[in-house]
Design a protein around this ligand. Sequence first.
Ligand SMILES: NC(=O)c1ccc[n+]([C@@H]2O[C@H](COP(=O)([O-])OP(=O)(O)OC[C@H]3O[C@@H](n4cnc5c(N)ncnc54)[C@H](OP(=O)(O)O)[C@@H]3O)[C@@H](O)[C@H]2O)c1
Length: 494
Amino acid sequence: MQNKLQLPAVMVIFGGTGDLTHRKLMPSLYNLFYQGLLPDNFAVVSVGRRDLTDEEYRNQVKESIEKFARFKLDEELWNKMKEVIYYVRFNFDDDDGYVHLKEILSDLDNKYNTAGNRLYYLAVSPEYFEVIVDKLDVHKMDLEENCVRRIVIEKPFGRDLASAAYLNEQITRVFKEENTYRIDHYLGKEMIQNIMVMRFANSVFEHLWNNRYIDNIQISSTETVGVENRGGYYENAGALKDMVQNHMFQLLTLTAMEPPVNLETESIRDEKVKVLRSLQPVTEKFVRENMVRGQYGRGEIGIHNIKGYREEDRVSPESDIETFVAMKLYIENYRWAGVPFYIRSGKRMANKTTEIVVQFKSLPKILYAKDMDLQPSLLVIKVQPKEGIMFQFNAKKPGTGNQIVPIQMDFCQNCSMENDSPEAYERLISDLIKGDSTLFTRWDEVEFSWKYVDDVTRIWRNEKTQFPNYAAGSWGPEAAHELLRRDGRQWWLV
Ligand SMILES: NC(=O)c1ccc[n+]([C@@H]2O[C@H](COP(=O)([O-])OP(=O)(O)OC[C@H]3O[C@@H](n4cnc5c(N)ncnc54)[C@H](OP(=O)(O)O)[C@@H]3O)[C@@H](O)[C@H]2O)c1
């Protein structure tokens, strides 16, 4: 049972007419409101360029909630909620707009007793992060004695280490690190939060969580969709920057971190950063031997013929951007020395899934394993679309023989009860209101992951690629399978 959030505040959404606001933020706010969790003194002001009245904007939000919220729209509740949603139109670089916004916010403070507290949410493309932060500073909307002023920055946080560092400097010049909330929405997902609970609340797992008992760990995030309408953005990113730098490294750090000294935000973040700092250094040889990149060509998914990446909208016909990446990493510490972490992420793959597979070491070739090839025990943490945990182990096949077969204990968290799992953004917004930044990334996490990704990119830039090298609807390039095969392993599809 959750308690109502307490901070009186106005949430200002820059980019209030955009896709993210309509598909995620407003539906999540409604879900929180529906559960009675939003603070009593709370209002939302959306900023965009479109010419809309409050009423027109509210109607658009209502449609989005009907489409995307996990709870059915309740007219009575909506009529209450819509009263605290406002729309302001101005261009992000227009000073008069901020003057006007400031007046509105001050009126809302009086109307709703929101005490001058502000949650600035930058649901805008990265080119506007700096200008908005700068204007908030110029118009003295960043600091106010005894008031809470927090800022949320959407992904991507930079294009590389240099741009991320520059952006960080601009933000932290105005907002303190503890008031800066860098979103990685994977961290809001239920099963991601469950990784720590599973590890540190179950003796059966934590005692085995090391190189004595674990053979390898596989972290996969595959999608069946292509770049959709994001070709322009993707051409400057690719799978390594779009997925590995943020989401995949977050999964890696939570899986591999040492137990924190306590459950406080900074203690957890300290341990996550140590994992990134312990990664085997990137060299040309290392990249050549342990990293595979791919780009999808034409193929089939179900009954649909799919075009290749180079034929997508706003993508160069000669593009050498990767839509798939696979890698083998080592974490150089006592817990993980010698255990490979295989990571892969790709678009237009055969299946959509995000999961972590922990493969335990096989038993010596004696007793049952003497004459039979026994399957290894696997622990699978399913992040999406199914959320749950599966444990695979060996048991006797019922009957008179001595056949041993792998069986699976499968716990699916979101299968039985519809609407049971909160949206990632629901959790993240609620933590933002609480002032808990554990599920947001600290600057040094961003810094170390960009450094790693930059080192790989620099090496890749100098090496010719043979793209496309996997068919849409497949499991990625042959080299990604070879990466494990030569170690006597395979990617698990469970
Ligand atoms: N969409 C998603 O599901 C998603 C998921 C994860 C991360 N993100 C990140 O979230 C951010 C926003 O993405 P999005 O998909 O919502 O983008 P979007 O649909 O293009 O929306 C952009 C928003 O910014 C406003 N805007 C743009 N330029 C402006 C200007 N000069 N002055 C005032 N308003 C301006 C637009 O207003 P008008 O439309 O009124 O012009 C619109 O509200 C991006 O950083 C993206 O990478 C998005």
